[in-house]
Design a protein around this ligand. Sequence first.
Ligand code: ATP
Length: 444
Amino acid sequence: MEENKSVGNSPFGKTQGEQDKMEKIVALAKRRGFIYPGSEIYGGLTGTWDYGPLGVLLKQNIKQEWWKSMVQLRNDVVGLDAAIMMNPTVWEASGHVNAFTDPLVECKICHIRVRADKKDEISEHEKTHKDKTEWTEPRKFNLLVKAYLGVLEQEQTELYLRGEITQGAFVNFENVVSSTRVKIPFGIAQIGKAFRNEITPGNFTYRSREFEQMELEFFVEPNDAEADKWFEYWKKERLDWYKSLGMSADKLRFRKHEDTERAHYAKSAEDIEYEAPFGWSEFEGIHNRGDYDLKAHGLGYIDEDGKKFTPWVIETSGGVDRSALFFLLDSYREDEKRVWLSLNPKLAPFKVAVFPLLGNKPDLINKARSIYDSLKTHFMTAWDDRGNIGKRYLSQDEAGTPWCVTVDFESLDDDTVTIRDRDTAKQERVKIEELKNFISSKLA
Ligand code: ATP
């Protein structure tokens, strides 16, 4: 067992056990190709991360499951993919140019900058100095990332990379209403990249400067009763979604925003938080944005009776990167013999791996290859014929692959294979022709 003693100003957690767990995840993510530091060979770029061969699949699976539950299975939500670069007036109208700010203080001893509202980070930092730490007065920093568009430097348009994907849904509100058959209450769902000049990127991918969001803007009749009803409805839906994908219920909670911390657009806001090694941390927000945004853009709605009004918006705004990090942390398991990721099979990068028992027997290799070729048309399927079977299992365990299929000499006689379960390490014998159904039924 790990000792949970305090390690002071650790980058990842307050105790040795928590810090170790984060370090293990960061190391595994790099070693196995989930997540690499961005632009690493040139010394990196703070707050950016690249998703490797396993990471891209994990993220894709999270997004696919989200889209399925939020769009595909519903008849009151439609999808959208708006541009990252928008006319800069969008951000003036939305209030982000004025109000999308974080307060920042700077330590006068070592010049490190910390968000003034992060009391824990401030007191952790103070412990690193023997002398009393003095901080500068808080200054407001705008989080929008600027970009320049156009060929001639003097004629370039200064714009912003979107600070939230949300505005795309609002500026297209009337387009969506007139080009589809949606009627209030209905939602617009979107997944995409957002950019923020975060003051203190950190905790691995948790606070990045480029990240992905998955959001629903749900438009309702403009009154408290409707808004409250849908707010509660979406809170439950979203929490249940994380649980349905295996996230531990006891590590999830809601946290209501204080009046002083709500975003400039929010009437009410609650976060879904996960108990990470670095503390309870938000990874999705449920917001009642009222009519703030549609009004700001001068947009409205006419119902079937010809009544004109500005709908209110209930928003669910989740982070793909923070979800991926928490799914990784939550599924991390180890014992004396092995490390494995007990990811829900729907999220696992590879669903199945196929091995020939021995890597130098053509009959075994050919049979295993034909199984691999057939399974990969249905599922992300891995192939491994290196080293011994034990090592291959360990390697797939770390990647979170739920099932490993081994072709042995018996397979040549009776067309059966062993299938080994990642979590129990138990093996059973299955007919080759039943493999596809075996896996599909568990993914349903
Ligand atoms: P925080 O208080 O942690 O800065 P926020 O309240 O500003 O977050 P929102 O604006 O509500 O976050 O964004 C919605 C979601 O987008 C967050 O719950 C999170 O999952 C994701 N997100 C926001 N900022 C970042 C970031 N810097 N890196 C990764 N994901 C982020």
